[in-house]
Design a protein around this ligand. Structure first.
Ligand SMILES: NC(=O)C1=CN([C@@H]2O[C@H](COP(=O)(O)OP(=O)(O)OC[C@H]3O[C@@H](n4cnc5c(N)ncnc54)[C@H](OP(=O)(O)O)[C@@H]3O)[C@@H](O)[C@H]2O)C=CC1
Ligand SMILES: CC(=O)[C@@H](O)[C@H](O)COP(=O)(O)O
Ligand SMILES: [Mn+2]
Length: 380
């Protein structure tokens, strides 16, 4: 039986992780979890899974739940996230929060030698060097949950890193893949949230539409697979059937395919190196699909992808700025405070004024993150 801590239990990845735990009651036990503001769903999760420890975003919610569930320990805020991540009975932490708020708890869980199933790409973007160093020092495995990275991880099994020519990340193109830049001028939040293939949280759905999601994933792949940026390519593939590929020196390419269903990579991270059946998954029928489409990525159309490559190559605190500026700009777009195309402009401005700090420590990362958000908010 594997004991699991789950950060972000009420979100898209969080609830699909609960599906996997539910599907295999003899394999997994949910022992600790964190949530944000969705207290109604939290109540249901507590009743069903009876965890030891629960953390909420706000103190008032923790106090209210404490009165309802006296046998469970409640905590809250950033400290609460850390307690859940590092809970002594858990062997695996599933990090499914959205944003760089996941960094500190992840570092703490690594120090406590938990295996990390990581969906929360912003943590790797903002401070990938710190996370990877800490994982190496503590001999901790970081198992990818993000579909592209899980695909690469699966294709890598039995292969050697030295034989890789390049990684090829596939991108659906998001909600606006068939629109020109001109046609993006007046798009609404509702349109942007309408992803063609995946049902995900709001922030990542907007990232898919701006192509920042693929930019963050390029940086995520750089850290997870220790790969130079010039060996990571992005390919438009509108069906999201090939989840990513590895090309080897001998020209052979290994791809991982499946219907778009995040429960598959989540389950693989939880069962690795084994696999379990997933009877409720839709099986892929290539004969029914018939055709798959591929297209070269246009960096002028998708400027956020270009920003991410540049920030990643420059390193230091540039990816921290990229991520924090994006988080703040997307939040502003979702709140109706800025337009879709201004997301790119805001990020570009934050990157252009930043004085890069090479090899930043934890405190510098935290300060740059905070300052960047402040800067973006001052522009709104
Ligand atoms: N959804 C997907 O299919 C995929 C997601 N990812 C990555 O996984 C991560 C999660 O994405 P997704 O599940 O879509 O996001 P959601 O927005 O659906 O869920 C986010 C979760 O984090 C909680 N949360 C948000 N802010 C805070 C905070 N400040 N403190 C504590 N908890 C917080 C939310 O709580 P509440 O709702 O209770 O307020 C919720 O449980 C992201 O990094 C994303 O990029 C990667 C690949 C695919
Ligand atoms: C499901 C998943 O992993 C998302 O990150 C997905 O990749 C989003 O799709 P696109 O960014 O390719 O539109
Ligand atoms: Mn992805």
């Amino acid at each position: 039986m594997k004991y699991i801590s789950l950060m972000g239990a009420t979100g898209s990845i969080g609830t699909q992780t609960l599906d996997i735990i539910r599907e295999h009651p003899g394999e997994f036990r949910l022992i600790a979890l964190s949530v944000g503001r969705n207290i109604d769903l939290t109540r249901k999760i507590i009743k069903e899974f009876n965890p030891d420890l629960v953390s909420t975003l706000e103190r008032s919610a923790a106090k209210a739940l404490e009165a309802e569930f006296p046998d469970i320990t409640f905590t809250y805020g950033q400290e609460g996230l850390i307690e859940v991540a590092a809970y002594h009975k858990a062997q695996i932490l599933v990090n499914a929060v959205s944003g760089s708020v996941g960094l500190t708890p992840t570092l703490q869980a690594i120090k406590e030698r938990k295996t990390i199933a990581i969906a929360n790409k912003e943590t790797l973007v903002t401070a990938g060097h710190l996370v990877m160093e800490e994982a190496k020092r503590n001999e901790v495995s970081l198992l990818p949950v993000d579909s592209e990275h899980s695909a690469i991880f699966q294709a890598l099994q039995g292969e050697q890193h030295k034989n890789i020519e390049k990684l090829i990340l596939t991108a659906s193109g998001g909600s606006f893949r068939d629109r020109t830049r001109q046609e993006l001028e007046n798009v609404t939040v509702k349109e942007a949230l309408n992803h063609p293939n995946w049902s995900m949280g709001a922030k990542i759905t907007i990232d898919s539409a701006t192509m920042m999601n693929k930019g963050l994933e390029v940086i995520e792949a750089h850290w997870l697979f220790s790969m130079d940026y010039d060996k990571i390519d992005v390919l438009l593939h509108k069906e999201s059937i090939i989840h990513s590929m590895i090309e080897f020196h001998d020209s052979s390419i290994i791809a991982q395919l499946g219907t778009p269903d995040m429960r598959v990579p989540i389950q693989y991270a939880l069962t690795y190196p084994d696999r379990l059946p997933l009877p409720t998954a839709n099986r892929l029928s290539l004969s029914e699909i018939g055709n798959l489409h591929f297209q070269k990525m246009d960096m002028n159309r998708f400027r956020c992808l270009w920003f991410a490559y540049e920030a990643g190559k420059e390193g230091g605190t540039m990816p921290t700025v990229l991520n924090a500026a994006n988080e703040a700009a997307v939040a502003a777009f979702l709140e109706g405070k800025t337009t879709f195309l201004q997301i790119e402009d805001l990020i570009e401005r934050a990157l252009s004024i930043h004085k890069n700090i090479k090899n930043p420590g934890f405190t510098e990362i935290q300060e740059v993150d905070k300052e960047t958000r402040k800067y973006i908010n001052s522009l709104l």
